[in-house]
Design a protein around this ligand. Structure first.
Ligand SMILES: C[S@@+](CC[C@H](N)C(=O)[O-])C[C@H]1O[C@@H](n2cnc3c(N)ncnc32)[C@H](O)[C@@H]1O
Length: 399
């Protein structure tokens, strides 16, 4: 059988980050350690260096991984199961019992809901996720890990950025925060994996309830940690966002100004419209001042609520490299696509402050920090509306 690398998301965990993942686990003498999606075994290898004498167990859906790992570290007990099946974890628990530490860099993909995923969700009273037709592998991975962990055991796992910031997973984050102890969430540098630009973090969690009111977020790049309120963590738990935000949290937010923020129409719905009348992310290739040949909105009136005109501020909504750019309509009328946000500010001084903020280093970092998604990153209207605006009196402070 040939294994499809894309399908199983077989991205080797770089040694440096395997080491960090293991070093973050403060556990004196674990008896048993497991990696449920071990790949080539880099996490278990680091664990074997850190804790001599622990029993190591590894599992992967790809039998070739098992063979490879067995050849490199014969003392690892290897299993070859699909870890997203209910029976797989039952049979592992039967064979090895519960464990002190669970390591992991699970595949980042979506799983079509099936009888196993529903059964696993039900075990944790997470029936709220039944309605979704797909469930992310990370969620099921964590639940399976929680099943095999002893009470008080530790989970240390690399997860995609979306897990920590996407609204769709808010209820799951609330569940983890309420039922378990999140010891640290460590933001890793972008692009640590060879074949993907995915931004990732390490989640370190203890299988026991917590009374703490805060959650620790750390950054490898900044060599820094901050603490955030649990209530805030429900919405998002990424270091970059809170770090950019903390210095400016007292500033007036964009949504508090007299502004309209909206996005345009999907481009495929504008087939009957001349290219030069459309305002899309590609317009940024030719500069940041946009001039339309349409002197009135007469010919595009049917798109009246998607039209951008003089003095409207335009920012891209989608596209990793383009996020952070800022443009202004200088003249004429455009129909905007849904890949850009239009920010309409009536008051001229307010507009100047908003433009100043968007063009500042802070503004660019802010946009980067609120961007979400693996591959092409995007920003949401809710997040952009919360942007702190640097007003005149603050302008000479830090910029
Ligand atoms: C990101 S890789 C893990 C990398 C590993 N830490 C290493 O350093 O090699 C994810 C692994 O999950 C495995 N995998 C994917 N789907 C799986 C499943 N349903 N059950 C068990 N393992 C799975 C893949 O074969 C792959 O080896």
């Amino acid at each position: 059988m040939t294994i499809n690398i894309q399908r199983y998301k077989q991205f080797f965990t770089p040694k440096k980050y395997s080491q960090i993942l293991v070093e973050k686990i403060l556990y004196a003498k674990p008896e048993k350690i497991v990696d449920l999606t071990m790949g080539e075994g880099s996490l278990l290898l680091e664990a074997s260096r850190m804790w001599k004498g622990s029993n190591l167990f590894g599992n992967d859906i790809d039998s070739k991984c098992c063979k490879k790992v067995q050849d490199i570290i014969p003392e690892i007990h290897c299993y070859n199961k699909d870890i997203f099946l209910d029976t797989s974890i039952k049979s592992l628990i039967k064979k090895i019992g519960t464990v002190d530490i669970c390591l992991g860099n699970p595949p980042f993909y979506l799983i079509k809901q099936n009888k196993d995923s529903l059964k696993i969700l039900k075990l944790f009273s997470l029936e709220g996720y039944y309605k979704a037709s797909y469930i992310s592998a990370e969620v099921l991975f964590i639940l399976q890990a929680l099943r095999i962990l002893k009470n008080g055991g530790l989970l240390s796992v690399i997860l995609p950025d979306g897990f920590f910031v996407n609204n769709a997973l808010k209820k799951f984050r609330i569940f983890l925060i309420t039922e378990y102890t999140i010891l640290d969430i460590i933001e890793l540098p972008s692009e640590i994996f060879e074949h993907t630009k995915a931004k990732t973090h390490i989640l370190v969690l203890k299988k026991s309830k917590s009374i703490s009111k805060t959650i620790k977020l750390s950054s490898i790049v900044k060599e820094d940690s901050i603490f955030i309120k649990k209530d805030d963590a429900y919405n998002r738990m990424d270091y970059s966002f809170y770090e950019s935000y903390s210095n400016y949290s007292n500033y007036k937010k964009l949504e508090k100004y007299d502004v309209e923020i909206f996005r345009g129409k999907p481009k495929f719905m504008l087939k009957d419209i001349k290219e030069t009348w459309i305002l899309h992310t590609t317009n940024f290739r030719f500069g940041n001042d946009f001039k339309s040949p349409l002197k009135t909105n007469r010919l595009i009136k049917k798109y009246i609520d998607r039209i951008a005109f003089k003095n409207d501020i335009i920012i891209p909504r989608v596209g990793t490299s383009i996020l952070g750019k800022v443009g202004v309509v200088q003249s004429g009328y455009f129909i905007a696509t849904d890949c850009v946000f239009i920010i309409r500010v009536k008051n001229e001084n307010d507009r100047k402050d908003i433009l100043y903020t968007l063009n500042s280093q802070f503004g660019k970092d802010w946009i980067k920090s609120i961007s979400k998604g693996v591959g092409a990153r995007h920003i949401t209207l809710t997040d952009i509306a919360k942007m702190p605006i640097i007003e005149k009196e603050h302008k000479n402070n830090e910029f």
